[in-house]
Design a protein around this ligand. Structure first.
Ligand SMILES: *Cc1c(COP(=O)(O)O)cnc(C)c1O
Length: 459
């Protein structure tokens, strides 16, 4: 008998040209004008190591945005790689609805250990947006389940220019016109107060002689309307998407005090600031503030897998307890809640913080980074550099004296970012602000390289 030749085809990997063509034909990219995208050869990242990304042509780039603010210890860190592989030998995913799993249990315990004191319960979800959404829903239900019920407490106070995600609830507490305005029909009404944007102070004052006058409207709103306010939502210390607006020292403590005074919940969105970015594990730690609810995501798995959590105080948790027929249950959950691979990666992430003394490294790195950025700050196009730990925003201006901004249509940030890319640095601007947020443990050489590329492109 003549054996027929095997019909099984070897899977031929697509060529770079095919990938480029198919991406433009089939993929709809986030926050991207696709008409423009289709006309260009897309950057296609194939692999990575440490702080570097490699495209399909073998070009090497420093990951200056930590792959949009998620990566902490570099790519392909052996500890996280290994943790995921080991978990894969057991199970990739099992549900938390009606069952528990070892990685999600241990991670919750570890998170509570490092979280601001007083947070005691962990509710898992998948992304920053969902973690915020969960916090908002918990807040609303919490007030309904007081005795007597405070059903009128259902409004949220938010800061102008805030960003908390792209789902309806998280958009409602956002304040970026360009992203949120058009979805108004979907959103709930919120109370907005000015952001403490010192470089462009809404009150035209100067810190510290202003005595943080920008927070007075918060007190006014809370004192007159606290009976209808469920909570104040805030990105503590750094409003990242707004352009790395760094809050003056004492700001979040004041917010905490006011929330306590007027009996509204403080909801801290640590999605960008959490896990060491600012030099402390959480931004709230700088002022020893404990929010009532805290959302974490981006850095939670070290930038490996989508996993998020909303942390709550015992007081909030207790308000949801009762007999089944009281219907105090929190009816919320996602298919992949508490995913085992994600939790295993997150546990490895936390292990690295201890093993490599990451927080101390962030502090020395951010001091050096600040030093290296001095010549950049002196450039005529650079209006302001705002830095908190390894989170840096460089605001570009048309006129340094008058602080006149470039029109958004000039796309100056985009132009600089494209030039940086040519020289091997990937960054993603937000309008006129260059956001630089590299992995936490860059070497001195990498830091110098990054700053010199920035300097060259800006010049
Ligand atoms: C990125 C971000 C979010 C949204 O997180 P996703 O994971 O993109 O949904 C929410 N809040 C802040 C402060 C963020 O930076």
């Amino acid at each position: 008998m003549v054996r027929k030749k095997s019909k099984k085809k070897e899977l031929v990997p697509p060529t770079p040209a095919q990938l480029s063509k198919w991406d433009r034909k089939f993929v709809w990219h986030p926050f991207t004008q696709m008409q423009e995208w289709e006309q260009d050869d897309p950057l296609i990242i194939e692999k990575a190591k440490g702080a570097y990304l490699y495209d399909i042509h073998g070009h090497k780039y420093l990951d200056g945005t930590s792959s949009i603010w998620v990566n902490l210890h570099g790519h392909r860190h052996p500890t996280i790689d290994k943790a995921i592989r080991e978990q894969l030998h057991k199970v990739a995913h099992s549900t938390l609805l009606g069952a528990a799993s070892p990685p999600s249990i241990v991670l919750a315990k570890e998170l509570i250990k490092i979280a601001p004191k007083g947070l005691s319960r962990v509710f898992y979800s998948d992304d920053g947006s969902t973690a915020v959404e969960v916090a908002l829903k918990m807040a609303i239900q919490f007030w309904q389940q007081q005795s007597p019920p405070a059903k009128k407490k259902r409004k949220f106070v938010r800061l102008d220019l805030a960003y908390h995600g792209d789902t309806a609830g998280s958009m409602s507490v956002g304040g970026v016109k360009l992203f949120h305005e058009r979805f108004k029909p979907l959103l709930v009404d919120t109370i907005s107060i000015d952001a403490p944007y010192c470089y462009r102070c809404p009150l035209k004052l100067q810190y510290p002689s202003c005595e943080m006058a920008c927070i007075d409207p918060l007190e006014k709103e809370l004192s007159s309307r606290h009976k209808e306010i469920a909570g104040v939502v805030i990105e503590p210390m750094v409003q990242a998407v707004a352009g790395m607006i760094t809050h003056p020292p004492g700001y979040i403590s004041r917010v905490r005090k006011l929330c306590t005074q007027y009996n509204v919940l403080m909801i801290a969105d640590e999605v960008a600031t959490g896990f060491g970015r600012t030099g402390q594990m959480f931004a709230c730690d700088h002022e020893k503030v404990t929010p009532d609810l805290m959302a974490v995501a981006k850095g939670l798995t070290g930038g490996y897998l989508p996993l998020a959590a909303t942390l709550a105080t015992e007081k909030i948790y207790q308000a949801f307890l009762g007999n089944y027929d009281e219907f105090k249950t929190f009816f919320h959950g996602h298919s992949y809640t508490g995913n085992a691979l994600g939790c295993a990666a997150a546990l490895a992430n936390l292990e690295i913080f201890l093993a490599e003394k990451t927080l101390a490294k962030v502090r020395t790195n951010s001091r050096l980074f600040k030093q290296l950025l001095k010549p950049v700050a002196a450039l005529p196009i650079v209006g302001d550099i705002r830095q908190s730990g390894m989170m840096v925003g460089i605001e570009l201006v048309k006129n340094k004296e008058t602080r006149e901004p470039f029109p958004l249509t000039a796309r100056i940030g985009h132009e600089v970012a494209m030039d940086c890319r040519k020289h091997g640095l990937l960054i993603r601007p937000i309008g006129n602000i260059l956001v630089v947020m590299p992995p936490l443990r860059l070497t001195v050489r990498e830091l110098r390289l990054m700053t010199s590329i920035l300097y060259r492109s800006l010049k």
